[in-house]
Design a protein around this ligand. Structure first.
Ligand code: NAG
Ligand code: NAG
Ligand code: NAG
Length: 486
């Protein structure tokens, strides 16, 4: 009898946890400005629990900007500051680890406003102005590394979904249930958050738009990199076909770094090592990426030819490829975002897979790549390596924390495949066949799993299509939405 009661009790607890009731966020401040466009931009700060399982505990702030069109009135009204009741579209940025641009500089704004939405650009927790995570703020937590790990564990997609629900309840209070749903638009990692939203709180959603955001649901971090590395290798071939002279130029720069004891100080702090040089291939997945990499190599080579050392001007462009120092979540949680539930352990998947497949000579311990060889040095893609925590000044103090996060084996669930299979929220997804960051085959599997998704696929646009091919991508997505085929 006792055991039966305890079973009933734990079932009840599970049911409560599944339909977790998210309290409305507290609106701390709301301030509107008219900006060129003209547009009305409203800056909003909210307060939400750090941990939704402890709603009375510590809180964090979230920041968002909502935007609507604006007409300059002939007679200025006595009181400005009205709240728009247009339906919301919430934009979820890629990353993880990045806040939003200002609405007037965002490719989505004008199209979404023309289509009758107001747009809310909400910074994910820990990014932008949403109590952004940094090494100094983590150092202020009491409890050392373990407390830092506990804090960072709360910065993944499941809690961003809860934040969105808390903010939705605050902004739509007083509306009918139907009116109060909102549309979301997820780019890349923002799409991963969207799939988590569809899994955990579909009741908040009217419709979902995705660009390069069909997350590899059901795949481990290891499977993700096993799928992505062959794509990175193909991009290396294409790069050196386009710039064959860079085979020698990259080696020349690598030889110089090695002649300096393996490391050259960078203007913004930290150091340039050969492995770090080889990670600028992260840009191979965007339109124009080859040319950025080539220009960067050319800067370094020309400086060496003319002066025999690397000038500040030649080094600065290199620092802009990977902003791990200002967006540490991008490094420290990059693999954690693939861990769905207990037993999924990331354990430096990028590094492990690359070493198992012996992809990069520069990744072997104590390797010297300066030896004269005609083999090209190969670039990595969007990969996080443990050595980042030796070369980026903001990451160096977090090495122990990163190692602990890599070993976590009791992650929360971020996706629910049962729920995705019975999904009722319309989803419109742009999927890029040659995506270097979100594997297309896995994206297809997710599209097959997700009930009711309509996809538009192309191999003519890369992952950055929302920015580089705005009209084409948004046109395609709204066609998916508005074409009635049944
Ligand atoms: C690499 O070099 C370090 C320091 O010189 C040395 O301690 C280590 O044993 C070397 N590792 C290998 C695999 O040769
Ligand atoms: C590599 O080439 C340079 C320049 O031609 C030469 O000075 C150097 O001795 C060579 N190194 C090796 C290991 O062969
Ligand atoms: C997953 O979703 C299904 C269907 O909504 C639900 O019955 C189940 O409890 C969910 N699983 C978890 C672990 O929340």
């Amino acid at each position: 009898m006792v055991s039966r009661l305890s079973v009933l009790f734990s079932l009840a607890v599970a049911a409560v946890a599944a339909a977790q009731d998210i309290p409305a966020a507290e609106i701390i401040s709301r301030r509107s400005h008219i900006v060129p466009g003209p547009l009305r931009v409203t800056e909003l700060f909210f307060r939400v629990p750090l941990d939704y399982n402890d709603p009375e505990g510590e809180t964090i702030e979230l920041f968002g900007r909502s935007v609507t069109g604006y007409e300059v009135p002939i007679v200025p009204p006595e009181e400005e500051e009205e709240v728009s009741d247009l339906p919301y579209m919430v934009y979820l940025e890629g990353g993880p680890g990045f806040g939003n641009r200002e609405p007037q500089n965002h490719p989505l704004t004008s199209t979404a406003l023309e289509r009758g939405y107001q747009v809310l650009y909400l910074d994910h927790r820990g990014t932008g102005y949403s109590t952004p995570v940094s090494t100094n703020m983590l150092n202020q937590l009491e409890g050392g590394e373990d407390a830092q790990v506990e804090y960072l564990r709360l910065m993944r997609q499941d809690n961003t979904v809860r934040d969105c629900e808390a903010v939705r309840k605050a902004l739509t209070s007083g509306m009918s249930e139907n009116q109060a749903k909102w549309s979301i638009f997820g780019q890349s990692y923002g799409g991963f958050v969207s799939l988590s939203y569809l899994s955990l709180h579909p009741e908040g959603l009217r419709e979902v738009f995705l660009t390069g955001g069909l997350a590899p649901v059901g795949r481990s971090a290891q499977e993700v990199y096993e799928a992505l590395y062959p794509r990175v290798m193909k991009r290396n071939e294409a790069y050196y076909r386009k710039f064959p002279e860079d085979i020698q130029n990259v080696r020349q720069v690598a030889r110089h770094i090695e002649s300096q004891g393996g490391s050259v100080d960078l203007p913004a702090g930290g150091s340039l090592t050969v492995p770090r040089l080889m990670t600028i291939g992260i840009d191979f997945g965007g339109a124009g990426g080859f040319d950025y990499v080539h220009t960067t190599i050319k800067n370094l080579k020309t400086s060496l030819d003319q002066f025999g050392f690397l000038t500040r001007a030649s080094l600065v462009p290199l620092e802009t490829f990977t902003t791990f120092d200002t967006n540490i979540i991008y490094a420290i949680l990059h693999e954690a975002i693939y861990c769905n539930g207990p037993n999924d352990v990331s354990n430096w998947a990028s590094d492990r897979v690359a070493k198992n497949l012996n992809l990069f000579s520069w990744l072997s311990p104590n390797s010297s790549v300066a030896a004269n060889s005609s083999e090209p040095l190969l670039f990595a893609g969007e990969n996080i390596f443990p050595f980042f925590f030796d070369t980026y000044p903001e990451l160096i103090p977090l090495k122990g924390v990163a190692n602990k996060l890599a070993a976590v084996d009791d992650w929360t669930y971020i996706y629910n495949q049962t729920q995705l299979a019975r999904n009722e929220v319309p989803v419109y997804a742009a999927s890029y066949i040659d995506d270097l960051y979100v594997d297309y085959e896995f994206a297809k599997d997710t599209a097959n799993l997700l009930r009711g998704v309509r996809t538009w696929e192309t191999n003519a646009i890369y992952h950055s299509g929302l920015r580089t091919n705005t009209a084409e991508v948004l046109g395609a997505l709204f066609n998916l939405r508005n074409n009635v085929i049944d």
